[in-house]
Design a protein around this ligand. Sequence first.
Ligand code: BG6
Length: 486
Amino acid sequence: MVSRVIPVQPFDLVIFGATGDLARRKILPGLYRRMVAGQMPTGARIIGAARSSLTTKAFREMVREALDTFVGTSEIDEEIAAAFLTALDYVAIDATGEGGWAELGKKLDKGDNAVRAFYLSVGPSLFGPIAERLQSTGIATSTSRIVVEKPLGHDLESAKALNAQLAESFDERQIYRIDHYLGKETVQNLMAVRFANSLFEPLWNARHVDHVQITVSEDIGVGGRGGYYDKSGAMRDMVQNHLMQLLCLTAMEPPAQFDADRVRDEKLKVIRSLEPVDPDDTVRGQYRAGPDGPSYKEDAENPDSRTESYVALKACISNWRWTGTPFYLRTGKRLRARMSEIAVVFKEPPHSIFPKLPPHQTNALIIRLQPNEGITLRMTIKEPGPGGMRLADVPLDMSFAEALGPSAEAMPDAYERLIMDVIRGDQTLFMRGDEVEAAWAWADKILDDWEEERDIPRPYDAGGSGPEDALRLMHRDGRRWREIEG
Ligand code: BG6
């Protein structure tokens, strides 16, 4: 199967913070890969904007280095790279002052590209000031788009303030809030599996689903990002956004159409149906030093840190479809492996005519986000051979790489896909302001409870599967986590 590249209109993309880590690591390499894929239209322009007073030539050199590092020298096609660098321009800008705005305006006016997008790859304190400048200088038009990314607030109040600042200069339909998990291929496949097949939907409810487990496990620590992370922790960094989005897509009702507002309306309904989480249904952890690396406290350079690098919790959705089916979420750093998956675990058959299966061996549909993206259906079959009816639990396995061949290898990275969606004007895979606020309202209660109780995260071994208490969270309900394995 060969993947189709759907061309986009010529565009001007201005990247604020173009010399920063995200731009060099993800955004610019992603755009280069889109050019390799043939999706970058002739005439597209990418204008880097940052505080440093660089010439366009120096900016191009910096981007070339970023491509060498993050795409890899051996992967680079010199001809395409040259064309890509030619599409780049640079303007030194003072986000909160006067410098550079007139020059940016002139550069944009020179072109005749209809699509204008502004990617704010900068700290959230600059979102408001930049949005205001773009509007007051007339650089942003009524069809321009603005792209922002987390942290989208620290709690409900700050998220509301951020949304209000953006709303002063841009309409909601112009605002693209990135959650890069929504750009992952398998996350979208979750919607395809649910809504393009008639097989699962009749079973997708509390009558048939015992529970859902959502795991995002990382083997890396917070080294290098300790300063940011220590103020955030796993709840704000991962659960309020990435895991919440996975929960929403798993739990939402089928939207009437696959369009941005209908999908986001359904996700919002899920968040609003979440019950407040009981503190006893949460576990926080912090990794100890291990043979391969320092402890969290050392990484964060804060010997007294009470920030969690691990969270496990039980979330309950109060609606007709899900009451009685808990959603267990867990995420952590420095665990055994990098593994993200959603496991929908079905109930046992109501009456068994066979010898009982070992506990925990019921049907499960596992959607693997990474690594080795794919879908597995765990089935019970007869163990082969004579000697009676013994049952075995086996996987019906589909790895996208095997099933889709070369087109799976050419799958765009989440950022590539999302940036192209911005250009296309498709907000389906972006979070709406009300969604972000509702997710904060839910997360705030958990964060406040921890703060009130002065909860100390449980230490856990680096390279393990998280704190013991997280295992107990499941055991006490007669369930258990799936193994974390890469
Ligand atoms: C980011 C978090 O949003 O997602 C990081 O800030 C985390 O802490 C990362 O490591 C995980 O993303 P991925 O795509 O590697 O699973």
